[in-house]
Design a protein around this ligand. Sequence first.
Ligand SMILES: *Cc1c(COP(=O)(O)O)cnc(C)c1O
Length: 399
Amino acid sequence: MSDDFYNRVRTTLDEIEAGGLTKPERVIASRQGAEIMVNGKAVLNFCANNYLGLGGDARVSEAAAKAARDFGAGMASVRFICGTHTLHKELEAAIAGYLGYEDAILFPAAFDANGGLFEPLLDEKDAIISDSLNHASIIDGVRLCKAKRYRFSNGDMTALEDNLKQARADGVRSIVIATDGVFSMDGHIADLGAITVLADKYDAMVMVDDCHATGFLGPQGRGSAAFRAVEGRIDFLSGTFGKALGGAMGGFVCAKKEVVALLRQRARPYLFSNALAPSVCGAALEAIRIAQSAEGDTLRAKLIDNAARFRAGMTAAKFDLVPGEHPIVPVMLGEARLAQTMAAQLLDEGIYVIGFSFPVVPKGLARIRTQLSAGHSVEQVDRAVAAFTKVRDRLENTK
Ligand SMILES: *Cc1c(COP(=O)(O)O)cnc(C)c1O
């Protein structure tokens, strides 16, 4: 019996490997940053979500260490028993204040925020309309909820309007449109202007997952709604402290206070999972402080400059990029093998990037997704462009 099971597991692993789809994990032996240690060698990192460079920042790690020294490793409790600490209240107030919401609720991760958000708020009388490229955690959260499901192809506002009409024709009660603020594989920023206009027209609410936006996109880094000038129009905003805001971990939902109050009573990943560690809260609080300060503006300006410089250099070198204005810069290669080989050779040249292929992106659209950081120097950005060009030219000459 169990022999069958283990054979099946091994067969699946073999199939993944045979398809060239195994995701090996390279081991990093330094702190996160523009330059990291891999296999005993210093390389430049161009694939972290470390947009503001705060992941390895000494002040952020000291804030984490201080919170751990003052308050210990953890609460050994969920929030409602004996796990709610002053740090949690401070962090919820800080993120809600930063992003302009009445209240916020913390989750162990943004994955859990999206997993726990929908089910308590909506039931079979309601509808969720979801963008086809939404993050896996939104897809899972929608699956866990009894609401009727509608889906539109990525960014297709005509299809979204068709969904809205259909949901109204189906007689649903409340409608929530759910979308990533930024689609992580392409770096596309959702058209929240058009989405909120349609939401108004059909009396729908809007949920945005701003994991790839909070802290650096738009004025003061307030995210995709600020970037699209529709702040105050997003009903439910989920995000992470695991990317630009310090890179540790932890997720949140910002919303009206009665929504947050209901989530505290009913959201399962909140009710049934340990409270965030003091060190995690300390790091996030310091990262939010920096992101909101004048230094945050300097970091965001540097990030924009680095992304523009990399795009210009790669375009001049005739690479096929997904156009856009986000620090996610996908270098399109087509074949999964080519993306893998190129990423491996780039590591030999001192540039740490990863090839993305099916099922993370559609078949035939394999790519190396690069991500710029405020922590990169101009010289490092130029070195990356030079290494990409060198490896590409070498691969073409040996074809
Ligand atoms: C990274 C990411 C998540 C998950 O965030 P965690 O806090 O790491 O769980 C969710 N949604 C989107 C769009 C993301 O990019």
